[in-house]
Design a protein around this ligand. Structure first.
Ligand code: PLP
Length: 404
């Protein structure tokens, strides 16, 4: 039906395996996600972390990541760091916010709240703006908070808040931040590589992301992209030995090596994923495939009666949250199992108030796969005896009112 359907590299795996590849279910999750056969295959070799070949791979990876920043890339440095995404958030906050600094955290979900908790644990001052589950922090609110609290030095925005799938308005947040003379840090974990984040268009000092999201690598490390002029000034800021971005950067510049044991296989896989990202057409093409995945999936789910938690304009091309149907015959655990039997791993909700579940749009999937997801959902509802997938009326009305 769509030209996008023919682009999925899954169909051209070297072994000619049909999908689901290797008989595995598709991961409709925000990472770890479904990777290509080539990415998995890139891990079938052992690399010496000290060896020149691996050092060259690290250098190539850092250069390719900087290339994704567009025109202003020369003002930035790429610092990979071992660990999952949360380690990178902690590394960025601990390295970039000075000990006597103060951070405004803009939260509308679990990842924003986790960042505020991180500041508490590392003993740094923090002001939390908590917008709940489905409303974006707006520029005017940021301006007001900054005007009232001169102690705030930095602002943290969550690019795509993966717990609801909301795509936050980082451009207007950036404008408000710099208009007030403060600095922006961005958790772009689940958006980087699919949603443009060029510092020439949206100003910021640092962002973090990880290997297993929109670049479609496997989990094991993340990376920070930091404005060099800011990074230079951060020596000695960090609360942690192993999470110090400045120390990791200095060491990489000097020796080309990671300070401590790098996840060599994961780096090899990621390099392959970066090359595939470039071949596909970079950020624009990756974002277009994901947006098409979302559009096909959301239209199909709505036709079954499901409703999205978020208003149309905030839906990200990364992951979409649906209300659980009001029908008493709908049980999420049963639905999950029925979907898994059909080859699709969906994701539970992460909201505080209403029952929900999530379906991811990222990874090695295209519109044809998303149509199969919808067909599997229809069949699963039938098997459960659910006749309407409509959400609880009260929760849906409440959401519409708040978004009005
Ligand atoms: C995935 C993600 C993280 C990191 O989570 P980990 O489980 O530590 O990898 C942080 N922020 C956002 C917005 C994310 O989507």
């Amino acid at each position: 039906m769509s030209e996008q359907d023919t682009l999925n590299p899954l169909h051209t795996s070297p072994c000619g395996l049909p999908d689901p590849q290797l008989g595995e279910p598709f991961l409709l999750t925000p990472g770890p996600l479904t990777t290509s056969f080539a990415v998995k295959q890139a891990m079938l070799k052992d690399w010496g972390s000290w060896d020149g070949d691996f050092r060259a791979m690290t250098a190539d990876m850092r250069r390719r990541l900087l290339d994704l920043l567009g025109n202003d890339k020369d003002a930035f440095e790429c610092i990979p760091m071992q660990g999952s995404g949360s380690y990178l958030v902690e590394a960025m906050l601990g390295t970039m916010v000075p000990k006597d600094g103060k951070l405004l955290v803009l939260a509308n979900g679990a990842y924003g709240l986790r960042a505020a908790r991180t500041m508490e644990v590392i003993g740094r001052a923090c002001h939390l703006l908590d917008k709940g589950d489905y409303l974006p922090p707006r520029g005017a609110e940021v301006a007001e908070i900054l005007a009232n609290d001169p102690a705030i030095t930095h602002v943290l925005a969550i690019h795509c808040e993966t717990s609801s799938g909301i795509l936050n308005p980082v451009a207007e947040i950036s404008e408000a931040t710099y208009a007030a003379g403060r600095k922006l840090l961005v958790d772009s974990m689940s958006a980087f590589g699919a949603v443009p984040m060029e510092p020439g268009t949206i100003r910021y000092e640092a962002l973090v992301s990880s290997a297993n999201k929109c670049i479609e690598g496997v989990p094991g490390f993340g990376f920070a992209l930091v404005r060099r002029s800011e990074l230079i000034a951060t020596r000695g800021n960090c609360h942690s030995l192993s999470l110090d971005l400045h120390a990791q950067w200095e060491n990489m510049e000097k020796s080309g090596q990671w300070r401590f044991t790098p996840p060599t296989h994961v780096v090899a896989a990621f390099l392959d994923a970066l090359k595939a990202h470039e071949t596909e057409g970079g950020v624009a093409a990756r974002g277009a495939r994901y947006a098409n995945n979302r559009d096909v999936m959301v239209a199909g789910m709505r036709a079954l009666g499901f409703e999205t938690l978020l208003d149309e304009r905030w839906l990200s091309p990364i992951i979409v949250t649906f209300f659980c149907p009001a029908d008493v015959r709908f049980e999420f655990d049963r639905f999950y199992g029925l979907m898994k039997d059909k080859g699709f791993i969906i994701y539970p909700g992460k909201l505080t108030v209403v029952d929900s579940f999530r379906i991811g749009c990222i990874g090695q999937m295209d519109a044809a796969i998303m149509r199969r997801v919808v067909a599997a959902a229809r069949q699963s509802l039938e098997e459960m005896g659910v006749t309407s997938a409509a959400p609880p009326a009260a929760a849906f009305e409440e959401r519409k009112k708040l978004n009005a």
